[in-house]
Write a protein that binds this ligand. Structure first.
Ligand code: SF4
Length: 353
């Protein structure tokens, strides 16, 4: 198990639930838009938001927003240690730096000393574009070994300066290299690991790469906090992060829908029915979750003969037939209704649960 750190009340590592991060993409200096986006992320279920601090004006705006938003904030700093110091003074809950571009070791030490004073963790982030030159040359380019070694070496710089409240990230945009690098890093460090696929791309590709890249690491027991990086509205990063955690079984999904792939026996428009069921049950799930009700599994099957039998595991389900369909619970038939009433009847029964 990894060690743990505390980021503004959210524990990262040590077996704590995997937290979901995102990063604001509005101009940090525009405090109104910045605060609005932080609140949108919070409402979407973001646990920790990271913020770029490119200059002192952004650091000032960060301080103003810090007072208005109840969400742990990570200040993302490159090149200038003074921005890190200003962000810590402004109330950052964590700092993300790459010691390699912060300048002299004295300047890195100043950031560490201030983090120590405030007892906030530091995330050291290495990715394929920011590998130390000597390590890249030693490995003949960007490789999984180089990424892992670079992550471990970066951690050591901070540890040698006397600080161990650390989180590490070593992201690649190559899913296989990302996976291999983390498997190596796992044996080199017990600091919490922030996982993700860097520069994963546009929504369709980025979601796929992140689902495979982050999901495979989580299933291997690696990862303490995560970010889905998408070229998109950051709210979608949070939504997709939650879906990945639900899919690998690390968060309960209020209502899980299983549906059959359809075949030559299907006599109803199951594709439309399954899509509508997903949309309507998503809303019911949010309400059930808010009321603290148990998670449900709902089956949407195309065939009246095999449907109930194939989905005995489901709490509720529907199975289409010719012009009518069945509503069932744990494989037992509850009702037979016309096809166009099938979904309404299912929802009525679920709402009574
Ligand atoms: Fe075909 Fe029925 Fe199975 Fe759906 S549940 S794939 S319709 S046999």
């Amino acid at each position: 198990m990894t060690k743990s750190v505390n980021c503004g009340g959210v524990v990262i590592g040590g077996g704590a639930p995997i937290s979901i991060q995102s990063m604001t993409n509005v101009d940090t200096r525009d405090t109104v838009s910045f605060v609005r986006q932080l609140n949108e992320l919070k409402d979407a279920g973001c646990d920790i938001a990271r913020v770029a601090i490119p200059d002192m004006q952004a650091a000032d705006s960060f301080g103003l927003a810090r007072k208005q938003v109840d969400l742990p904030l990570v200040a993302d700093i490159h090149f200038d240690y003074r921005l890190a110091l200003a962000a810590i003074d402004a109330g950052a809950d964590k700092i993300r730096i790459n010691p390699g571009n912060i300048g002299s070791i004295e300047n890195v030490k100043k950031v560490i000393d201030k983090s120590k004073e405030r007892n906030i963790p530091i995330r050291v982030g290495v990715n394929s574009g920011s590998l130390q030159k000597d390590i890249r040359e030693k490995h003949g380019g960007v490789t999984a070994e180089a990424l892992a070694e670079s992550g471990a070496a970066t951690l050591k710089i901070i540890e040698d300066l006397g600080y161990d409240q650390l989180v590490v990230s070593i992201k690649s945009s190559n899913v296989k290299m990302n996976y291999d690098a983390h498997m190596l890093l796992k044996g080199m460090s017990d600091h919490p690991i922030h996982i993700g696929i860097t520069e994963s791309g546009t929504p369709a590709n980025g979601k796929l790469k992140s689902a495979v890249g982050i999901g495979s690491l989580l299933l291997a027991g690696i990862g303490d906090t995560m970010r889905v990086s998408l070229t998109d509205d950051p709210v979608n990063e949070v939504i997709w992060g939650k879906k990945i955690l639900e899919t690998v079984g690390l968060r309960d999904k209020p209502i899980e829908i299983v549906s059959c792939p359809t075949c030559g026996r299907t006599e109803i428009d199951l594709i439309a029915l399954a899509n509508e069921a997903e949309e309507r049950l998503e809303k019911v799930g949010v309400i059930r979750h808010a009321k603290g009700k148990r998670p449900l599994k709902v089956a949407v099957m195309g065939c009246a003969v095999n449907g109930p039998g194939e989905s005995r595991e489901a709490d509720y389900g529907i199975a289409g037939g010719k012009g009518e369909g069945l509503v069932f619970a744990h494989g037992e038939i509850l009702d037979k209704v016309p096809e166009d009433k099938l979904l309404d009847r299912l929802l009525e029964i679920i709402e009574d649960d």
